[in-house]
Structures are given as C-alpha cells and as structure tokens.
Design a protein around this ligand. Sequence first.
Ligand SMILES: [Zn+2]
Length: 135
Amino acid sequence: MFCENCGKQIPDDAVFCTHCGAKQLKIPPPIQTVRSVQSPQPVRPSSPQSTARVNGGADLITMGQYLIMFLITAIPIAGIVMLFIWGFGSETGPNKKNFARAYLVMMAIAIGVGIVISIVMGAIMASLMSSMYYY
Ligand SMILES: [Zn+2]
C-alpha cells in the first residue's frame, strides 16, 4: 500500500507511515484505500467541466455558424445591422452577443482611427495647399 500523506510505498499492514509517520486508514485491502484517495479527486476536475458543458451547451457557436457570421459581417450595411441585432437582441446567446459587441467595438475603433487619420491628412494637405499658394 501507499502512504495517505506522502504517497511512498509502505507495508500493507502498517498503521503508521515508515517515511513520514502519518497514521494510515485501517482498511487492509489497498484497492479500497486507493478508491478512498481517488474519490475526492474527480470532484475537483468534474466541477469546472460541468460548468463548461453548461456554458457551451447554452450557446455553442459551431465553425459553420462562425463562417456564416463572418460572411454576413463582410456585407457592408447588412453586416452592421446584423451585428447590432446580435449584440443587443434578446434572442441571441451570450457568446454570439459578446462576439457581435466585440466586433462593433473593433469597427468603432477602426472608424475612429480612420477619421483621425483623415483629419490629420486633411490638415497636412490643407497646409501644403496653402503653402503652395504663397510661393
Ligand atoms: Zn508517509
């Protein structure tokens, strides 16, 4: 059998561990001690797995759905309309909602950066044009 505390191999009939001195459970067959040790372990990994299953099962976006979403968002006006529907509609699941909102935020940033660049470029062009008139 193996020690309950340190896991080192000890005699099957040992009451105390020969390595660390920890008291062993009084169950002679080693299979039962292994079961008693293993029983609390599957509980820890199973709890995040079950929550992941619940989250995934509630709103699982498949690869095909992602492809359809990317294709729809590629359409200039309909894509933005669909993103607003997905992002703020009540029918869509949380995963699709977050995807649509993230996409909208990214588009807003891209548009904002584009406007800033166009203003800067416009200012540079205007200054160049005015300087050209002076010379
Ligand atoms: Zn031990």
